[in-house]
Design a protein around this ligand. Structure first.
Ligand code: FES
Length: 155
């Protein structure tokens, strides 16, 4: 894919081309594209005069960095102990079925990325779903459908 090299240059310059801020640069790029395109890694590495392999190693080491396109909304289904016991796996199944994707994937229309997590720290609300930082507690398969609709996905 084509990346906006001028915008990436601005990010690199913001950190004074300091290699120790490589991860921060990647995170800034990811905020723009919702993932880190390989072309952006290449461009940043060229500007910092480090090999692509070094940049790629950093990008793949941190789970906060995604090398594949992500959806506009990230759905986190909690599968921590409390949520697991109160039906979390069933909630995840429902999201997978309704969105027609598997955990870790993004819908074709780019609207949702589906992920599971281990405890979101609000166990009293189990089973919990968090979308873009917004919590949905005591979810049921029925409420999953409503939540999806709320974000503009009806199929
Ligand atoms: S186990 Fe789900 S919020 Fe704690």
């Amino acid at each position: 894919m084509e990346v906006d090299t001028a915008a990436i240059n601005t990010i690199v310059d913001k950190y004074d081309k300091d290699k120790s801020y490589l991860l921060a640069m990647f995170q800034d790029v990811q905020r723009q594209y919702r993932y880190l395109p390989k072309e952006a890694i290449q461009h940043i590495c060229d500007r910092l005069r480090i090999p692509f392999s070094k940049g790629y190693e950093v990008a793949t080491f941190y789970s906060s960095i995604s090398l594949t396109p992500r959806g506009k909304h990230t759905v986190h289904v909690c599968l921590g102990t409390a949520c697991h016991l109160r039906g979390g796996p069933n909630i995840l199944d429902t999201f997978e079925r309704e969105l027609k994707i598997k955990r870790g994937d993004t819908t074709e229309n780019g609207l949702f990325t589906l992920e599971s997590v281990n405890c979101l720290g609000a166990c009293a609300l189990a089973p919990l779903v968090r979308i873009d930082g917004h919590d949905y507690g005591k979810t049921t398969p029925g409420s999953v459908k409503k939540i999806i609709k709320e974000y503009g996905e009806t199929t």
